[in-house]
Unconditional design. Structure first.
Length: 68
């Protein structure tokens, strides 16, 4: 679980992607993402569905960077 949480943190806070960009690629509402980036909600309380979407996006981005 820690790996997924770390991946989500990296995506939200270190990737350089905006909430809008993440929203478009995952289908997660910008308002939902904003609650996490403003730390109004804790990542541990995120729905499994959203956590998996964000983790998958981080993995895709990481793999793309490795190829470049």
């Amino acid at each position: 679980m820690t790996d997924i949480k770390d991946n989500i943190n990296k995506l939200l806070f270190e990737s350089g992607l905006t909430n809008y960009q993440i929203s478009k690629r995952t289908g997660i509402a910008q308002t939902t993402l904003s609650r996490f980036t403003r730390k109004e909600s804790d990542i541990e309380n995120m729905s499994l569905k959203n956590a998996l979407k964000l983790n998958d996006l981080w993995k895709t981005i990481s793999e793309t960077e490795k190829k470049v």
